[in-house]
Design a protein around this ligand. Structure first.
Ligand SMILES: N[C@@H](CCC(=O)N[C@@H](CS)C(=O)NCC(=O)O)C(=O)O
Length: 225
């Protein structure tokens, strides 16, 4: 990565070095965007773990080439979120969650749960992290033909049903308590009404979202992003 302006302090006009900072600049920089549940998962984990970081919002309505050069350089897939740490730029929200769980030692579950957590992250990427955001996007910003809307709605219903059935047996997705699996799978569900679902339509999901809201440091996506 070429661009690391946030890592350097400016010199003064006389050419003297900048005074030593009392608090070092955070080495973590998260690029995210409003309305992006994928960004929200990562931001929420940083907030819940009180991990020092900077957050920079990217305007996704700009064409990719017109976004800030440092972000374009860091974002391998042109998408948010991206977590920059020194010379390393990490993409893909669930991969970032896995990294941060290891880095912080929090929300990673028990060692025996790691395989199940990874399975939930892959499930989320292909199921509830696809269906609900696309349905919400279509309803709010980009209406689609009826057949497409029905397809998205059917998929979202199946995914919410699957979550509801699991959560009827467990308080969180994994027995040990809240993990990155919960953060990933719930991210877009704090906007469930915008996808056209009543908050109480899936009672176990509703209970689970309330349990997540009760975590110290939990922040609604509209405020976090
Ligand atoms: N699989 C990716 C999905 C990321 C994604 O879809 N990001 C969207 C916002 S939620 C984005 O950056 N869209 C803008 C674009 O593609 O130009 C992840 O989990 O990080």
């Amino acid at each position: 990565m070429a661009d690391k302006p946030h890592m350097t302090a400016p010199n003064d006009p006389a050419g003297l070095p900048a005074p030593r900072r009392e608090t070092p600049v955070s080495p973590l920089l998260l690029y995210g965007a409003v309305d992006s549940g994928h960004s929200y998962k990562v931001r929420l984990l940083l907030l819940l773990t009180r991990t020092p970081h900077r957050y920079q919002r990217i305007a996704l309505d700009l064409p990719r080439a017109d976004r800030p050069a440092a972000f374009v350089a860091a974002s391998r897939y042109g998408e948010v979120p991206v977590l920059v740490e020194g010379d390393v730029a990490r993409c893909q929200s669930n991969a970032i969650l896995l990294h941060l769980a290891q880095r912080t030692g929090a929300f990673g579950g028990l060692p025996a749960e790691h395989g199940a957590i990874v399975q939930w992250l892959f499930w989320e990427a292909n199921r509830v992290g696809f269906s609900v955001p696309n349905l919400r996007f279509a309803r709010r910003w980009a209406p689609q033909p009826a057949q497409v809307m029905a397809y998205l709605r059917d998929r979202a219903e199946a995914d919410l049903q699957a979550l509801d059935a699991t959560l009827a047996r467990n308080e969180f997705l994994l027995p040990s308590g809240p993990t990155i699996a919960d953060l990933a799978c719930s991210a877009y569900l704090f906007w469930l009404d915008q996808a056209g679902f009543a908050p109480t339509a899936y009672p176990e999901v509703a209970r689970w979202l309330n349990a997540l809201r009760a975590l110290p440091g939990w922040t609604h996506p509209d405020a976090a992003l």
